[in-house]
Design a binder for this molecule. Structure first.
Ligand SMILES: Nc1ncnc2c1ncn2[C@@H]1O[C@H](COP(=O)(O)OP(=O)(O)O)[C@@H](O)[C@H]1O
Ligand SMILES: [Mg+2]
Length: 235
């Protein structure tokens, strides 16, 4: 199962990823925790290009979207797809929805080409479940006061407002995948809700014999996306 956490700055994504990983490990599950952009050596190099503020060399929005996509492609290929293929539960702090929210909503890039870039980068991989922690922009940014703002966090309030709205729209488009949570609730309450929901999804998967999600009806093992270049060949 592939679970992602989304939401604006300071909403509590990293906190909840940690809490869920701890809870699921206690339940006896194998867990991989990762984050975006980064998670791989190449991805972390791209991360520093993306998040380190550099007023002298502003990053063009189209370059930005491609760098995020490149880091994600590396992460899916090297870490996420192999882990899923081994039955590990993968928790990712931000994923494709961030690109729609920040680069389409925030920056104003056109939706269709960005969606295609995102889909190409991840070879079609979609989270099974996404927790969207929704929080007022000012509240989120004030939670982060004290730590140095990165390049995205330094954007103005209207940018972050558009990001929040874009998240709300994508959640409305995919209500089965995206669970919207009020991030003003306490971290403990949120952790309990999130854990309970994941446990119930795991139960459903088990009862519908989806414990081996890579096993297809014809009995052949479907390859996880992004693990081989041959995946685009007709089979
Ligand atoms: N539910 C919550 N209520 C209040 N503060 C929170 C909550 N969750 C996290 N925080 C605090 O807010 C700050 C940002 O949390 P973090 O998990 O880093 O957010 P994100 O990863 O979404 O930017 C941290 O100082 C964290 O302790
Ligand atoms: Mg974080």
């Amino acid at each position: 199962m592939f679970i992602t956490f989304e939401g604006p700055e300071g909403a509590g994504k990293s906190t909840q990823v940690r809490r869920l990983a701890d809870a699921l490990r206690l339940d006896g599950h194998k867990i991989l925790v990762t984050h975006e952009p980064g998670g791989t050596r190449i991805g972390e190099s791209i991360r520093s290009l993306l998040l380190t503020p550099d007023r002298d060399h502003p990053l063009a929005p189209r370059a930005e979207v491609l760098l995020f996509a490149a880091a994600r492609a590396q992460l899916v290929n090297k870490l996420i797809a192999p882990a899923l293929a081994h039955g590990t539960i993968v928790l990712c702090d931000r994923f494709s929805d961030s690109t729609i929210a920040y680069q389409v909503g925030g920056r104003g890039l056109p939706f269709d080409p960005v969606r295609q870039i995102v889909s190409f980068a991840v070879a079609g991989l979609q989270p099974d479940l996404t927790f969207l922690l929704d929080l007022d922009v000012g509240e989120g940014l004030s939670r982060k006061q004290g730590s140095k703002a990165d390049r995205m966090e330094s954007e103005d309030r209207s940018f972050h407002q558009r990001v929040r709205e874009s998240y709300a729209e994508l959640a409305a488009r995919e209500p089965d995948r995206v669970v919207v949570l009020d991030a003003r609730r306490s971290a403990d309450e949120l952790a309990t809700t999130i854990h309970a929901l994941v446990v119930s999804r795991l139960e459903v998967d088990r009862s519908t014999a989806k414990t081996s999600p890579s096993l297809r009806q014809d009995g052949r093992v479907a390859r996880a996306p992004g693990t081989r270049e041959e995946e685009t060949r007709p089979s």
